[in-house]
Design a protein around this ligand. Structure first.
Ligand SMILES: Nc1ncnc2c1ncn2[C@@H]1O[C@H](COP(=O)(O)OP(=O)(O)O)[C@@H](O)[C@H]1O
Ligand SMILES: [Mg+2]
Length: 318
């Protein structure tokens, strides 16, 4: 079991985690985590704004939309302005995960047709007003004829020119596959987060996608390994995170455990990172968001009841 304990001299709202405890294990008392904000400060935003980040994978069902929703809301909670674009045209579901499906009245297609203004298509989250959702088209529709990378580049430029100012992050939820929808979604991005699960089919697709991203000029690619199960890794039934890293050769942004809370939160339309107390996967998404903002400067983070065992988060702390 993994237990969490704040470091000394930290306020309850400024949680830090440490893998190494000087206290005897018998005196260790697990605590409830009240807040995910670490170091009691806002992370330093690296790079120029807006940071246009595409969340991609190749294979479907590995957790792109879950990652977009949770990292997007984590960034908003950290104080950054975020626009999340659902570029999965035929199978849009980011609105569902965010619980915003009833508030999407207009989409980018209508903006481009001149039927509405861009700000009418942007859905502002009531929980975090610095988070906005933008859907490309209605559910079950096809990629509109002539809609391609240039349309998304126009969209990014239009978002930059808004009265509200330039958003800090534009996060694009990419469709599965490597066809037209994928090419369109990656066109305006200057960095990518590749989501993979530790299985061979997902890894092969991730490797192919990495090549395509590089061909498109996106060199800043980080990966998230999702649905990791330590019990299976211990039993050598699942690849370890290190194996995945060796196979893909990409910097690691985060490792997300398999967690039933993810499925529960998906069905409730209430992203995991907003849960109180946070689930383990929520903490992992929050950490990934920090690393994205500060470009890997975050130190880490977790303490285990048995420090000598290499646990789920051990790669963070070394
Ligand atoms: N870490 C996780 N633990 C458990 N279930 C997960 C996890 N990540 C994603 N899922 C589930 O997997 C399914 C697919 O996730 P989704 O984000 O829609 O994938 P994609 O966008 O890549 O198709 C969803 O039902 C989601 O709840
Ligand atoms: Mg999806």
């Amino acid at each position: 079991m993994i237990s969490l304990q704040p470091l000394a001299n930290t306020k309850p709202s400024s949680l830090c985690f440490n893998r190494f405890s000087s206290k005897p294990r018998t005196k260790f008392k697990p605590i409830t985590v009240h807040s995910l904000l670490q170091y009691n400060r806002k992370p330093q935003l690296a790079g120029e704004t807006p940071r246009v980040v595409v969340i991609t994978s190749g294979k479907g069902g590995v957790g792109k939309t879950t990652t977009t929703a949770n990292i997007g809301l984590s960034l908003a909670r950290l104080g950054f302005s975020v626009v999340a674009i659902d570029a999965d045209v035929g199978l849009r579901n980011l609105d569902l995960l965010l619980g915003l499906e009833n508030r999407v009245n207009y989409t980018v297609v209508e903006v481009l047709n001149g039927d509405c203004r861009l700000d009418q298509a942007l859905v502002r989250d009531k929980r975090w007003s610095n988070f906005e959702l933008l859907c490309i088209s209605k559910p079950r529709s096809k990629l509109p004829l002539g809609f391609g990378g240039k349309a998304l580049i126009w969209l990014v430029e239009a978002l930059k020119a808004r009265e509200e100012g330039v958003p800090d992050f534009i996060i694009i939820d990419c469709p599965a596959g490597i066809d037209a929808g994928f090419i369109t979604a990656i066109t305006p991005a200057n960095e990518a987060v590749l989501v993979t699960t530790p299985d061979i089919t997902s890894l092969r697709d991730a490797d192919r996608v990495t090549g395509l991203l590089e061909c498109d000029g996106i060199r800043d690619i980080k990966m998230i390994v999702n649905r990791v199960r330590t019990d299976m890794i211990k039993g050598e039934d699942m690849m370890s995170v290190l194996d995945v890293q060796e196979m893909l050769g990409l910097p690691l942004l985060g490792v997300i455990p398999e967690d039933n809370e993810v499925i529960r939160s998906t069905n409730r339309g209430y992203p995991l990172v907003l849960n109180k107390p946070p689930a383990l996967a929520g903490l992992a998404f929050e950490q990934a968001a920090w690393r994205l903002v500060e470009q890997d400067s975050m130190k880490a983070v977790m303490m285990e009841e048995e420090p000598k065992k290499r646990g789920f988060f051990s790669f963070f702390g070394g």
